[in-house]
Design a protein around this ligand. Sequence first.
Ligand code: ARG
Length: 448
Amino acid sequence: MAKKLWGGRFSKKTDPVFEIFSRSIHFDYKLAYCDVWGSLLHLEVLYKSGSGVLSLPEYTVLKKNLHIILGEIGSGKFRFNKKAEDIHTNIQNELEKKAGSAALKLHTYRSRNDQVVFDTKLFCKIELPKIIQLIQKVGWEILRLKEKYPKLIFPGFTHFQHAQPVACANYLQALFNFLGRDVQRIKAAADRITLTLGSGALAGVAIDSSQYTQATEKLAKEFGVRIASLSSSIDSVSDRDFIIDVLSVLSILQMHLSRIAEDFIIWSSPEFGFVDIAEEFCTGSSLMPQKKNPDSLELIRGNTGKIYGNLMSVLTMMKGLPLTYNRDMQLDKEPLFNSFEIVSSELKVLTGLIKTLKFNETKIKEQLKDEGLYATDIVYYLVDKKVPFKDAHTIVGRLVKYSLDNDIPIKNMAESLLKKFSVKLIKKEIVKLFDPEKSVKSKLSIKR
Ligand code: ARG
């Protein structure tokens, strides 16, 4: 059993089943690095505040050993104690082992309630830029794909029905824009996180919080983040908005990844055959030898349940909590870490998949023969001949219906028949409109 950070008031041992139930070390070990950083800052303030709590030798030995621990964590050599209640306990016990009795003073004017918020905020500040970098890698691959197929046109869909021809570049730019907004949102969420120290358990501590702000220079150098002044210790230890905020922006990103996955899954089916997903990102069937399944994309789509679930779990966990800290809040970290992990691996998989994605131009051309795709262009042809749009819409609607009901392609209709639909305005020349390039080029509203 690891030494606890509390216990004096208790005469009985913790129930062993509850002891295990209450632990968070198996997941909050991820906060180790941030926790030691928090301790280093606290140490600085404790020593320099003039409170006289620490002597110079005590300050020196603590600083030295905290740096040793930091180094061990960084190099993967730190041995986590699976029996510690949480990461704060684990680091404190290790410091006591290494630095001796001076370590017993480090917790002066602090509480784990304050530590855990600081650690988790710093963790988010470090991890969010990594997600941004991974998104940018997907973005580069999308742009590269766009360059590979500058002229490709395929049928665009609304309601999952053939709508109008669209440039592949237009589609890929949409995906790029989705992810661009995700980057903005994630940056903003990271900026909204303000680190504080000095809340104690809830009431604040006898240290002027501007001291923390001053000690923050090192943190600023290392991570580009600063400690803000503390306007309410109650807010600081009660607040988990930042976790909900991060889980929200990751959920929006996930929604985008899932939609991208969905399009590519559909387009890779033999019915569509628009894209070929490289074998490296597919799996086979243990029963049907012919299968090449887009499992990578299905897993991305499927993970949406987990990512939204993580957001829901923290929102629900927080909703009825009286201010300030409650142990329920320990349960915020697994969803947070889980979402970071899932989204990171999805972005890595998607980068490779898009890098190797191929469009099947022959299959796409076949689909572009659908005359329905050009119906809107015939409407505009009539509009150019001064027919009011709504009348033109009705005329072409009837023409399309006649073509479908009688199984005659419009291009095979005699001019005399065409004219019946349009007070003589539709001429045989409309067959020239069944041209994907022409159709796409006529859409002047898109900046190319
Ligand atoms: N492991 C706890 C958490 O993650 C740390 C805070 C514990 N504070 C307390 N008063 N029990 O929330």
